[in-house]
Design a protein around this ligand. Sequence first.
Ligand SMILES: *Cc1c(COP(=O)(O)O)cnc(C)c1O
Length: 441
Amino acid sequence: MSTGSTGHVPHPAGGQVAGGRQALLRQEAESLFPGGVNSPVRAFGSVGRPPLLIDAGEGPRVRDADGNWYIDYIASWGPAILGHAHPAPVEAVRETALRGFAFGATSPLEVELGNRIRNAMPSMERLRFTSSGTEAVMSALRLARGATGRDIIVKFAGGYHGHGDSLLVDAGSGLATLGLPGSEGVTGGAARDTVVVPYNDPTAIAQVFERHEDRVAAVIVEPVAANVGVIPPQPGYLEWLREVTASNGALLIFDEVITGFRVARGGAQARYGVTPDLTTLGKIIGGGLPVGAYGGRNDLMRHVAPEGGVYQAGTLSGHPIAMAAGAATLDLLTEDVYLAIEETAAELETGLRYAAQQAGREVAITRVGSLLTLFFRPTPPRNWAEAGTSDRAAYARFFGAMLDQGILLPPSQFEAWFLGASHTSAEITATVAAARRAFAA
Ligand SMILES: *Cc1c(COP(=O)(O)O)cnc(C)c1O
């Protein structure tokens, strides 16, 4: 198989070498951290493999602690859109770090990144940086409730918006993978004001507004559902959400933590031409460092302290090093780069489709820009209920067969594959060839 320009040869054993450094570290990690990980999606439980420990990355590849290289489709769960260790953000981080890490005061770099975001997403007339996507979402909800004086938040089954209490109901990502309906430790009170409806179902959302007239503060949606595998919005659906929220005095929040600077530079709101009241961001805007942001209409953002009474704060919010990495990353994400990534992703989609067909496998592939999912079910799902019927055991076998050939896919049927600017035709060819063998097995 082709190993691309860097010349790293993926180890045929796929990092499962017994007695290696990885096995020892894994044991120690298990004694230190629940499940051996610091975020559940890093555990490989649902694919029946021991989790990898990754200690380096370069372009589209990552290296495990035993020295095996893999073509990577996790991309740090989205942020690594330029590939790993891209020289521009690396240099920006180095330069910034040399001047000191953080000062508990506004840094010019916050203005730099803030301007880049607002230029790409004009609906974010003003914004606030946080240290994670979770925090951004929690803050946006508090703001929505504070600004409207209403309580209820509507979310979609399978929508993942970080691990804030009120949104851990029928959530995607790690909860979907683990088959959990919600989290223990969340009080009935925290979940009481959350209403869950199926995605892509215009009637369901209309019924919520009939039942809870004047009580809905906001509808929060991943405009492209990407935490139960990728599920695109049906034509007209986002427009309908815009209309039904506006006519009921509720806010529309786009959680673009994944889709922002991913499905287009201006996010899903640019790709689909629908303008939300508030937007949450994370992942790509930090270039791989911890970050989040929320923002929107000025008349709403005026409610945030110290201008208004909705309190939200953070010691390391807008961290200079994250701002520098984010700005350097966004500067390289030109329209041409998005076109190129889209082309690479389409090439992968076509190749996988053909490979599955040849092997007589019934699979469905969904894709929006550089987000892709291979569902082990005959038709593309329209919502989480449908996605959830995918054959997880078949995905687990496919994942293992790919890993053994040096291809690292998300360790869950219900997570997107992330392509980026460093994936070239060489990686796609190698991936499709591996998939052909995996389907055949
Ligand atoms: C990842 C994610 C979050 C949470 O961001 P963290 O930085 O992990 O807290 C929120 N919303 C969506 C859509 C995400 O994909």
